[in-house]
Write a protein that binds this ligand. Structure first.
Ligand SMILES: [Mn+2]
Length: 357
C-alpha cells in the first residue's frame, strides 16, 4: 500500500491539501487493503493512521500494512476528528461523494471547519488499475462467464426470473466469489425493455427475450457482463433488428477506445449508430462506466462527461435499445484501456444466439 499512499501524498501536495481522511470502505480497501465495512484512515505527509473498533482489530492486523493501527471506542468519526485536531491539520481532504452530511457535521463539531472537498484525488488514482488489479477483474469476469456458460443449457420453460437470478448468485459463491457485484438482472419477454428491471415471478416461455446483466465480486474486485438471448425462437423481425443495431454500436464504440480519447466521443460512437438506426430515443442511458473495487466508478462514459481515457482504465461498453411493451437488448463487455488501444476481457459470444429449450 506504500505506493498508493505515496501517490496520494503527491496529489495532496500538488492540490494544496494538508492531509486526507476517509471513512469509506471502498477508499479504505484501495488505500489500506482493508475489506471490512467500518474503518477510518488519516494520511498526513508523515503519518498513515488506521482506526477501527474491537470487531475489526484482528482483521486489520492481518490486512493493513504501512499504517499505525489504533483500536478505538465510541463514535469512529469523533475519534478520527480528534486525531485531526491533535495534529493541528488544515485543508484536510475528504471525498464528498462518500461522506454524509451527518458525518461531516460530526467531524466539524470536533475538529472545526478544517475539512475540504477532494472529489477526484483518490478516484483518479483508482481509475488507473495496475496489473494485479486488472488480473483480479479478469478473474472475476472469467468466473461469471463460466457460470453463464454452464447455466444457459439448463434453461427450461417455466423457470422464473427470480429463480434464474438466484441460481446465478448461488454459483458465484460456490465458485469462489464473495457474492454478486450488484443485484443480478434477469428479465424475460417484454420485461427486457426495463433497463434495470428487478427479477420477478415471470416464467420463461418459448419465443422470449432473455436479458441477463450480472457480475461477481472476487478478491475485492467486480465484474460486469450483459448478454441478451432469444429463447426457443427469435421473437420477431423487430428483435433481430435491434439486436444487430446494438451489436454494431457496441463494436463501433470498442473500436474507438484508446488512451487520449474523450469518454464522450466513445459514447457518441455507439449513440450515433443507434440514432441513425431510428432508435435514439430507446437508448436513454450512458454507454458505460469504470469497474474496479466498485461496480460503478470513474470514468463514466456518457454524453456529458469530461473524462478522458487513460491506459489502465477498466470500463464497460454497454449500449442498449429498449422498446417499451415489446422488449430490449443490451450487450456489455469489460474492456481494459491499453497503451495501444484496448483489450476486451469478456470472451462470451456476442452474435445473436437462440437458446434451445
Ligand atoms: Mn454495467
Amino acid at each position: 500500500m506504500t505506493n498508493r499512499i505515496n501517490a496520494l501524498r503527491e496529489n495532496l501536495a500538488n492540490e494544496g491539501y494538508g492531509a486526507f481522511i476517509s471513512l469509506a470502505p471502498a477508499t479504505n480497501q484501495y488505500l489500506a487493503g482493508f475489506n471490512g465495512t467500518t474503518s477510518a484512515i488519516l494520511i498526513t505527509p508523515e503519518e498513515a493512521l488506521f482506526l477501527c473498533d474491537f470487531r475489526y482489530t484482528e482483521q486489520a492486523q492481518e490486512q493493513v500494512h504501512g499504517y499505525t493501527i489504533r483500536e478505538v471506542k465510541g463514535k469512529l468519526g469523533v475519534r478520527l476528528a480528534e486525531a485531526v485536531l491533535e495534529r493541528s491539520l488544515t485543508a484536510v481532504g475528504f471525498e464528498p461523494h462518500y461522506v454524509t452530511v451527518d458525518e461531516l457535521n460530526t467531524l466539524q463539531a470536533t475538529a472545526g471547519k478544517v475539512f475540504k472537498e477532494a472529489s477526484e484525488t483518490v478516484s483518479a488514482l483508482r481509475s488507473r488499475k495496475d496489473e494485479a488489479e486488472i488480473a483480479k477483474v479478469r478473474a472475476a469476469s472469467e468466473l461469471a462467464e463460466g457460470v453463464l456458460e454452464d447455466l444457459l443449457p439448463e434453461l427450461r420453460p417455466g423457470i422464473t426470473e427470480r429463480e434464474l437470478a438466484a441460481r446465478i448468485e448461488y454459483e458465484f459463491k460456490m465458485r469462489g466469489a464473495s457474492g454478486p457485484s450488484f443485484d443480478t438482472i434477469a428479465l424475460f419477454g417484454a420485461r427486457s425493455s426495463l433497463p434495470h428491471g428487478q427479477p420477478g415471478d415471470r416464467a420463461l416461455q418459448d419465443g422470449d427475450v432473455v436479458l441477463l446483466d450480472f457480475g461477481c465480486r472476487r478478491e475485492g474486485y467486480c465484474s460486469d457482463l450483459t448478454r441478451t438471448y432469444a429463447f426457443g425462437r427469435i421473437p420477431g423481425e423487430w428483435f433481430q433488428q435491434i439486436y444487430e443495431l446494438t451489436l454494431a454500436a457496441q463494436r463501433q464504440a470498442i473500436e474507438a477506445v484508446r488512451p487520449g480519447v474523450s469518454c464522450r466521443d466513445v459514447d457518441a460512437a455507439a449513440r450515433d449508430i443507434i440514432s441513425e438506426g431510428g432508435h435514439g430515443r430507446h437508448f436513454g442511458h450512458g454507454l458505460g462506466h469504470g469497474v474496479g473495487i466498485e461496480i460503478h466508478e470513474a470514468p463514466r462514459l456518457n454524453p456529458e462527461t469530461t473524462a478522458v481515457l487513460e491506459a489502465g482504465m477498466v470500463i464497460t461498453i454497454e449500449p442498449g435499445i429498449y422498446v417499451p411493451g415489446q422488449g430490449g437488448v443490451r450487450i456489455e463487455d469489460l474492456i481494459v484501456v491499453t497503451q495501444e488501444g484496448c483489450n476486451v476481457l469478456t470472451r462470451t459470444q456476442k452474435e445473436l444466439r437462440v437458446l434451445s429449450p
